[in-house]
Design a protein around this ligand. Structure first.
Ligand code: F6R
Length: 263
C-alpha cells in the first residue's frame, strides 16, 4: 500500500488528478471507477480544469460508478447520476454513452446488479477505482458487516450513513437501500486510489490501513489489493500509527530516479 500524507485537501485532489491524468495519457480509453460524495469533488474540479486548460481529454474514457440509491431515478435531485452529471460529466468532453451507473429505479435490482457486473467484465475490467471512505469504514455502500468477497448487489444503508448523507427530505421518501459494487468487485480493479480528508475520517482511515482485515471495517479490504494508493490530508491521517514510516518511504521515493512503475 502506498500512503501519501499531503499538506492539504487541495494537494490530495491534485495528487489524485495526477494519477488519473497519467493513466489517461498512457491509455486514452482508460476505464475509471468513480465515487460520489464530498471527498472526490475537488478531484473532479481539478480534472475539469485540466480538461479545459491542459487538454486532458475524456473523449475515449469510460466510467463506472460505485453505487446508487435504490428507488430513485437518474434525474432525481439526490441521485448519484445527477451528482456525477453536475460535478464532472457535463463539464468535460466525455461521451455520456461511456458513463455507466447503476439504475436505482430498476424494476429488478438483482438483475440490474448482475448486468452491471457482466458489463464491467465485458468492457475488460476497471483500470483505476477512486474510493472515498465512510466514517463507519464503508467503501461504496458496503456497510460494516459486508462480505469481503461480495459482488454488486442491494445493501441496506447503515444508520450512520443515512445520517451522514442527510437523505431526510420532506418531499420524498428517504432511500434506505442502495445498489453497490461489492468489495470483491472493487478489489478486481487493477488499481485503487483511496481518498480521505478531514478529521471525521481519521478513525476509519486508521482502521482501514492499520487495523485488522475485518468485515467490521469494509475499507480494510484495501489491504488485500496489490496496487492501492491512499492519499490523505494531515487531519484524516491523524490516528495512523505508522506515520513515521510513511514519511520515511516518502523520503526514500524522492531519492529514486523516475521509474516506469511503482516501487
Ligand atoms: C460514494 C460512496 C461512498 C463515499 C463515502 C464517503 O459513491 O461510495 O462510499 O465515498 O460515503 O463520502 P464523503 O466523501 O461524502 O465523505
Amino acid at each position: 500500500m502506498d500512503v501519501w500524507i499531503l499538506e492539504s485537501a487541495h494537494a490530495v485532489a491534485v495528487k489524485a488528478a495526477d494519477i488519473c491524468g497519467e493513466l489517461i495519457q498512457r491509455k486514452p480509453d482508460a476505464r475509471l471507477g468513480l465515487a460520489t460524495g464530498a471527498t472526490p469533488q475537488a478531484l473532479y474540479a481539478e480534472l475539469i480544469r485540466r480538461n479545459r486548460q491542459d487538454h486532458l481529454s475524456f473523449a475515449h474514457v469510460e466510467t463506472f460508478n460505485l453505487d446508487e440509491y435504490l428507488g430513485i431515478g437518474p434525474d432525481h435531485p439526490q441521485s448519484f447520476h445527477r451528482a456525477m452529471r453536475d460535478s464532472l460529466f457535463a463539464e468535460v468532453d466525455i461521451d455520456p454513452a461511456n458513463t455507466h451507473l447503476l439504475r436505482g429505479d430498476s424494476s429488478d435490482p438483482v438483475a440490474e446488479a448482475r448486468a452491471y457486473e457482466a458489463l464491467i467484465k465485458r468492457r475488460g475490467g476497471i483500470d483505476l477505482q477512486i474510493l472515498g471512505i465512510g466514517r463507519n469504514g464503508h467503501i461504496g455502500f458496503n456497510e460494516p458487516g459486508s462480505s469481503l468477497g461480495s459482488r454488486t448487489r442491494v445493501k441496506t444503508l447503515a444508520r450512520a450513513t443515512l445520517r451522514d448523507n442527510q437523505l431526510g427530505h420532506p418531499d420524498f421518501e428517504e432511500p434506505i437501500m442502495a445498489i453497490t459494487m461489492g468489495i470483491g468487485t472493487i478489489l478486481d480493479a487493477r488499481a485503487l486510489v483511496v481518498l480521505a480528508t478531514g478529521a471525521a475520517k481519521a478513525e476509519a482511515v486508521a482502521a482501514a490501513l492499520e487495523g485488522p482485515l475485518a468485515a467490521i471495517c469494509p475499507a480494510s479490504a484495501i489491504q488485500l489489493h496489490p496496487d492501492a494508493t491512499v492519499v490523505l490530508d494531515p487531519e484524516a491521517a491523524a490516528d495512523l500509527r505508522l506515520t513515521d514510516y510513511y514519511e520515511l518511504v516518502d523520503q526514500a521515493r524522492r531519492r529514486l530516479p523516475r521509474t516506469s512503475g511503482r516501487i
